[in-house]
Design a protein around this ligand. Sequence first.
Ligand code: NDP
Length: 285
Amino acid sequence: MTARIIDGKTIAANLRADVGRDVAGLPFQPGLAVVLVGEDPASAVYVRNKHKATLEAGMASFEHRLAATTSEADLLALVAKLNADDKVDGILVQLPLPKHIDATKVLDAIDPAKDVDGFHAVNAGLLASGRPGLVPCTPAGCMRLIASLGQDIAGKHAVLVGRSNIVGKPMAHLLLAADCTVTVAHSKTANLSALCRKADILVAAVGRPEMVKGDWIKPGAIVIDVGINRVATADGKGRLVGDVDYEAALPIAGAITSVPGGVGPMTIACLLANTLMAAKARRGA
Ligand code: NDP
Protein backbone atom coordinates (compact mmCIF):
# COMPACT_ATOMS: atom_id res chain seq x y z
CA MET A 1 0.00 0.00 0.00
CA THR A 2 1.17 3.53 -0.70
CA ALA A 3 -0.15 6.51 1.21
CA ARG A 4 -2.52 8.95 -0.41
CA ILE A 5 -0.56 12.17 -0.91
CA ILE A 6 -2.37 15.19 0.48
CA ASP A 7 -1.81 17.80 -2.20
CA GLY A 8 -1.32 21.02 -0.24
CA LYS A 9 -0.41 22.97 -3.36
CA THR A 10 -3.77 22.33 -5.05
CA ILE A 11 -5.82 22.69 -1.86
CA ALA A 12 -4.07 26.01 -1.13
CA ALA A 13 -4.57 27.24 -4.71
CA ASN A 14 -8.30 26.45 -4.45
CA LEU A 15 -8.57 28.31 -1.15
CA ARG A 16 -6.72 31.32 -2.57
CA ALA A 17 -9.04 31.36 -5.58
CA ASP A 18 -12.09 31.17 -3.25
CA VAL A 19 -10.75 34.11 -1.23
CA GLY A 20 -10.08 36.07 -4.44
CA ARG A 21 -13.66 35.47 -5.67
CA ASP A 22 -15.06 36.59 -2.32
CA VAL A 23 -12.86 39.72 -2.30
CA ALA A 24 -13.99 40.63 -5.82
CA GLY A 25 -17.60 40.74 -4.62
CA LEU A 26 -16.93 43.08 -1.68
CA PRO A 27 -17.75 46.79 -1.74
CA PHE A 28 -14.32 47.52 -0.17
CA GLN A 29 -10.75 46.26 -0.60
CA PRO A 30 -9.33 44.34 2.37
CA GLY A 31 -5.78 45.35 3.27
CA LEU A 32 -2.93 43.38 4.84
CA ALA A 33 0.11 45.08 6.41
CA VAL A 34 3.26 42.99 6.79
CA VAL A 35 6.15 44.23 8.90
CA LEU A 36 9.66 42.85 8.44
CA VAL A 37 12.44 43.90 10.80
CA GLY A 38 15.98 43.07 9.65
CA GLU A 39 17.36 41.11 6.74
CA ASP A 40 16.83 37.45 7.65
CA PRO A 41 16.84 35.83 4.16
CA ALA A 42 14.14 33.22 4.89
CA SER A 43 11.86 35.90 6.38
CA ALA A 44 12.44 38.13 3.34
CA VAL A 45 11.28 35.29 1.06
CA TYR A 46 8.17 34.67 3.21
CA VAL A 47 7.30 38.38 3.16
CA ARG A 48 7.76 38.59 -0.62
CA ASN A 49 5.51 35.56 -1.13
CA LYS A 50 2.85 36.98 1.20
CA HIS A 51 2.92 40.30 -0.67
CA LYS A 52 2.49 38.56 -4.04
CA ALA A 53 -0.33 36.31 -2.80
CA THR A 54 -2.16 39.25 -1.19
CA LEU A 55 -2.15 41.21 -4.45
CA GLU A 56 -3.22 38.12 -6.43
CA ALA A 57 -6.24 37.77 -4.13
CA GLY A 58 -7.24 41.34 -4.96
CA MET A 59 -6.31 42.76 -1.57
CA ALA A 60 -4.14 45.76 -0.78
CA SER A 61 -0.68 44.91 0.53
CA PHE A 62 1.26 47.33 2.73
CA GLU A 63 4.86 46.31 3.28
CA HIS A 64 6.97 47.87 6.02
CA ARG A 65 10.65 46.94 5.93
CA LEU A 66 12.57 48.20 8.93
CA ALA A 67 16.29 48.08 9.71
CA ALA A 68 17.54 45.38 12.10
CA THR A 69 18.54 48.19 14.48
CA THR A 70 14.94 49.48 14.79
CA SER A 71 14.06 50.03 18.46
CA GLU A 72 11.21 48.24 20.17
CA ALA A 73 9.56 51.63 20.79
CA ASP A 74 9.65 52.49 17.07
CA LEU A 75 8.18 49.10 16.14
CA LEU A 76 5.42 49.52 18.74
CA ALA A 77 4.71 52.99 17.31
CA LEU A 78 4.32 51.49 13.82
CA VAL A 79 1.96 48.79 15.16
CA ALA A 80 -0.13 51.52 16.86
CA LYS A 81 -0.28 53.43 13.57
CA LEU A 82 -1.42 50.30 11.68
CA ASN A 83 -4.01 49.55 14.39
CA ALA A 84 -5.50 52.99 13.76
CA ASP A 85 -5.28 52.83 9.94
CA ASP A 86 -8.73 52.16 8.49
CA LYS A 87 -7.29 50.71 5.25
CA VAL A 88 -5.51 47.98 7.23
CA ASP A 89 -7.61 44.93 8.15
CA GLY A 90 -4.76 42.57 9.01
CA ILE A 91 -1.36 43.10 10.60
CA LEU A 92 1.42 40.54 10.49
CA VAL A 93 4.78 41.09 12.15
CA GLN A 94 7.17 38.57 10.62
CA LEU A 95 9.00 36.42 13.18
CA PRO A 96 11.69 36.04 14.35
CA LEU A 97 12.33 39.58 15.55
CA PRO A 98 15.84 40.78 16.44
CA LYS A 99 16.90 39.79 19.96
CA HIS A 100 16.62 43.31 21.42
CA ILE A 101 12.87 43.36 20.71
CA ASP A 102 10.38 41.57 22.98
CA ALA A 103 8.28 39.65 20.42
CA THR A 104 5.47 38.89 22.89
CA LYS A 105 5.10 42.58 23.70
CA VAL A 106 4.91 43.45 20.00
CA LEU A 107 2.42 40.67 19.16
CA ASP A 108 0.21 41.69 22.08
CA ALA A 109 0.26 45.31 20.86
CA ILE A 110 -1.58 44.30 17.65
CA ASP A 111 -5.33 44.98 17.73
CA PRO A 112 -6.78 41.44 18.25
CA ALA A 113 -9.35 42.20 15.51
CA LYS A 114 -6.46 42.70 13.05
CA ASP A 115 -4.29 39.85 14.40
CA VAL A 116 -4.37 37.68 11.26
CA ASP A 117 -1.53 35.49 12.55
CA GLY A 118 -3.68 34.62 15.56
CA PHE A 119 -0.76 34.99 17.99
CA HIS A 120 -2.30 37.67 20.27
CA ALA A 121 -3.08 36.42 23.78
CA VAL A 122 -6.77 37.25 23.21
CA ASN A 123 -7.00 35.07 20.09
CA ALA A 124 -4.94 32.30 21.75
CA GLY A 125 -7.37 32.44 24.69
CA LEU A 126 -10.44 32.34 22.45
CA LEU A 127 -9.06 29.27 20.67
CA ALA A 128 -8.18 27.57 23.97
CA SER A 129 -11.70 28.16 25.27
CA GLY A 130 -13.34 26.91 22.05
CA ARG A 131 -14.68 30.31 20.98
CA PRO A 132 -14.45 31.90 17.53
CA GLY A 133 -11.45 34.10 16.81
CA LEU A 134 -8.50 34.40 14.45
CA VAL A 135 -6.67 31.05 14.35
CA PRO A 136 -2.92 30.72 13.59
CA CYS A 137 -2.46 30.05 9.89
CA THR A 138 -0.26 26.93 9.90
CA PRO A 139 -2.46 24.81 12.20
CA ALA A 140 -5.57 26.14 10.44
CA GLY A 141 -3.99 24.94 7.18
CA CYS A 142 -3.21 21.53 8.69
CA MET A 143 -6.88 21.15 9.69
CA ARG A 144 -7.97 21.96 6.13
CA LEU A 145 -5.55 19.31 4.80
CA ILE A 146 -6.99 16.72 7.18
CA ALA A 147 -10.55 17.78 6.28
CA SER A 148 -9.73 17.33 2.57
CA LEU A 149 -9.58 13.58 3.19
CA GLY A 150 -13.28 13.57 4.04
CA GLN A 151 -12.79 11.19 6.97
CA ASP A 152 -14.64 11.32 10.27
CA ILE A 153 -11.85 12.07 12.76
CA ALA A 154 -14.02 12.21 15.91
CA GLY A 155 -12.60 9.86 18.53
CA LYS A 156 -9.29 9.42 16.67
CA HIS A 157 -6.06 9.63 18.64
CA ALA A 158 -3.99 12.58 17.43
CA VAL A 159 -0.37 12.88 18.51
CA LEU A 160 1.38 16.21 18.00
CA VAL A 161 5.14 16.31 18.20
CA GLY A 162 5.99 19.90 19.15
CA ARG A 163 4.27 22.32 21.56
CA SER A 164 5.11 25.75 20.16
CA ASN A 165 2.64 28.61 20.46
CA ILE A 166 2.49 28.93 16.68
CA VAL A 167 1.93 25.30 15.69
CA GLY A 168 1.71 22.59 18.37
CA LYS A 169 -0.51 24.24 20.99
CA PRO A 170 -3.08 25.81 18.63
CA MET A 171 -3.19 22.55 16.63
CA ALA A 172 -3.99 20.67 19.85
CA HIS A 173 -6.98 22.95 20.48
CA LEU A 174 -8.22 22.59 16.90
CA LEU A 175 -8.02 18.80 17.06
CA LEU A 176 -9.77 18.80 20.44
CA ALA A 177 -12.51 20.94 18.92
CA ALA A 178 -12.79 18.28 16.20
CA ASP A 179 -13.37 15.67 18.97
CA CYS A 180 -10.00 13.95 18.65
CA THR A 181 -8.21 12.55 21.68
CA VAL A 182 -5.06 14.63 21.72
CA THR A 183 -1.57 13.94 23.05
CA VAL A 184 1.05 16.70 22.82
CA ALA A 185 4.65 15.48 22.82
CA HIS A 186 7.82 17.58 23.17
CA SER A 187 11.53 17.29 23.81
CA LYS A 188 11.04 15.80 27.28
CA THR A 189 8.48 13.17 26.21
CA ALA A 190 9.49 9.60 27.09
CA ASN A 191 9.17 6.78 24.54
CA LEU A 192 8.28 9.14 21.71
CA SER A 193 8.44 6.48 18.99
CA ALA A 194 6.02 4.18 20.88
CA LEU A 195 3.65 7.12 21.43
CA CYS A 196 3.74 8.06 17.74
CA ARG A 197 2.93 4.46 16.80
CA LYS A 198 -0.42 4.88 18.61
CA ALA A 199 -1.40 7.91 16.53
CA ASP A 200 -4.26 7.75 14.05
CA ILE A 201 -3.26 11.32 13.18
CA LEU A 202 0.40 12.28 13.58
CA VAL A 203 1.44 15.92 13.29
CA ALA A 204 5.19 16.60 13.31
CA ALA A 205 6.20 20.20 14.10
CA VAL A 206 9.66 19.85 15.52
CA GLY A 207 12.24 21.36 13.19
CA ARG A 208 14.48 18.26 13.06
CA PRO A 209 15.07 16.77 9.61
CA GLU A 210 13.39 13.38 9.14
CA MET A 211 13.27 12.69 12.88
CA VAL A 212 10.03 10.69 12.62
CA LYS A 213 11.00 7.32 11.18
CA GLY A 214 8.87 4.97 9.11
CA ASP A 215 8.49 2.48 11.96
CA TRP A 216 7.11 5.25 14.24
CA ILE A 217 3.99 5.38 12.09
CA LYS A 218 0.83 3.36 12.69
CA PRO A 219 -0.26 1.64 9.47
CA GLY A 220 -2.95 3.74 7.79
CA ALA A 221 -2.31 6.87 9.89
CA ILE A 222 -2.78 10.42 8.61
CA VAL A 223 0.66 12.09 8.74
CA ILE A 224 0.95 15.87 8.60
CA ASP A 225 4.53 17.09 8.31
CA VAL A 226 4.90 20.74 9.32
CA GLY A 227 8.70 20.77 9.46
CA ILE A 228 10.76 22.72 6.95
CA ASN A 229 14.44 21.89 7.18
CA ARG A 230 17.21 22.64 4.71
CA VAL A 231 19.75 19.83 4.48
CA ALA A 232 23.08 19.79 2.64
CA THR A 233 23.40 18.10 -0.76
CA ALA A 234 26.49 17.16 -2.78
CA ASP A 235 25.88 20.00 -5.28
CA GLY A 236 25.95 22.52 -2.42
CA LYS A 237 22.44 23.80 -3.17
CA GLY A 238 20.76 21.95 -0.31
CA ARG A 239 17.20 20.67 -0.33
CA LEU A 240 14.14 20.95 1.87
CA VAL A 241 12.96 18.02 3.95
CA GLY A 242 10.32 17.70 6.62
CA ASP A 243 10.38 16.30 10.14
CA VAL A 244 9.17 12.93 8.81
CA ASP A 245 11.23 10.43 6.83
CA TYR A 246 8.86 10.74 3.87
CA GLU A 247 10.12 7.84 1.74
CA ALA A 248 10.01 5.45 4.70
CA ALA A 249 6.56 6.69 5.78
CA LEU A 250 5.00 6.44 2.31
CA PRO A 251 4.32 2.67 2.30
CA ILE A 252 2.98 2.72 5.89
CA ALA A 253 0.84 5.85 6.29
CA GLY A 254 -2.71 6.06 4.95
CA ALA A 255 -2.28 9.69 3.89
CA ILE A 256 0.69 12.02 4.09
CA THR A 257 1.82 15.54 3.22
CA SER A 258 5.08 16.14 1.37
CA VAL A 259 7.73 18.80 2.03
CA PRO A 260 7.68 21.03 0.08
CA GLY A 261 4.12 21.09 -1.32
CA GLY A 262 2.18 20.10 1.80
CA VAL A 263 1.61 22.38 4.78
CA GLY A 264 3.77 25.27 3.50
CA PRO A 265 1.41 26.55 0.76
CA MET A 266 -1.53 26.33 3.19
CA THR A 267 -0.01 28.84 5.59
CA ILE A 268 -0.20 31.74 3.12
CA ALA A 269 -3.63 30.68 1.84
CA CYS A 270 -4.96 30.67 5.42
CA LEU A 271 -3.38 34.08 6.02
CA LEU A 272 -5.45 35.43 3.13
CA ALA A 273 -8.57 33.69 4.49
CA ASN A 274 -7.92 35.25 7.93
CA THR A 275 -7.44 38.70 6.40
CA LEU A 276 -10.73 38.37 4.55
CA MET A 277 -12.44 37.22 7.75
CA ALA A 278 -10.95 40.11 9.76
CA ALA A 279 -11.94 42.62 7.08
CA LYS A 280 -15.54 41.39 6.95
CA ALA A 281 -15.86 41.33 10.74
CA ARG A 282 -14.36 44.81 11.20
CA ARG A 283 -16.39 46.39 8.40
CA GLY A 284 -19.60 44.52 9.24
CA ALA A 285 -19.81 42.81 5.82
P1 NDP B 1 9.77 25.47 17.73
O1 NDP B 1 11.26 25.36 17.71
O2 NDP B 1 9.12 26.67 18.32
O3 NDP B 1 9.18 24.20 18.49
C1 NDP B 1 9.68 22.92 18.27
C2 NDP B 1 9.00 21.94 19.17
O4 NDP B 1 9.57 20.66 18.94
C3 NDP B 1 9.17 22.24 20.66
O5 NDP B 1 7.94 22.06 21.33
C4 NDP B 1 10.20 21.22 21.11
O6 NDP B 1 10.03 20.76 22.44
C5 NDP B 1 9.92 20.06 20.17
N1 NDP B 1 11.10 19.22 20.02
C6 NDP B 1 12.37 19.60 19.72
N2 NDP B 1 13.18 18.53 19.69
C7 NDP B 1 12.42 17.45 19.97
C8 NDP B 1 12.67 16.07 20.09
N3 NDP B 1 13.89 15.56 19.92
N4 NDP B 1 11.64 15.26 20.39
C9 NDP B 1 10.39 15.75 20.57
N5 NDP B 1 10.09 17.05 20.47
C10 NDP B 1 11.09 17.89 20.17
O7 NDP B 1 9.31 25.22 16.23
P2 NDP B 1 7.96 25.64 15.45
O8 NDP B 1 6.78 25.02 16.08
O9 NDP B 1 7.97 27.08 15.20
O10 NDP B 1 8.27 24.94 14.04
C11 NDP B 1 8.44 23.54 13.92
C12 NDP B 1 8.82 23.23 12.49
O11 NDP B 1 7.78 23.63 11.64
C13 NDP B 1 10.07 23.95 11.97
O12 NDP B 1 10.73 23.09 11.06
C14 NDP B 1 9.51 25.14 11.23
O13 NDP B 1 10.37 25.58 10.19
C15 NDP B 1 8.26 24.53 10.65
N6 NDP B 1 7.21 25.52 10.38
C16 NDP B 1 6.60 25.44 9.18
C17 NDP B 1 5.59 26.29 8.84
C18 NDP B 1 4.94 26.15 7.53
O14 NDP B 1 4.34 27.09 7.03
N7 NDP B 1 4.96 24.96 6.92
C19 NDP B 1 5.17 27.37 9.75
C20 NDP B 1 5.79 27.29 11.05
C21 NDP B 1 6.79 26.41 11.33
P3 NDP B 1 10.25 21.72 23.74
O15 NDP B 1 9.01 22.58 23.79
O16 NDP B 1 10.36 20.77 24.85
O17 NDP B 1 11.50 22.51 23.47
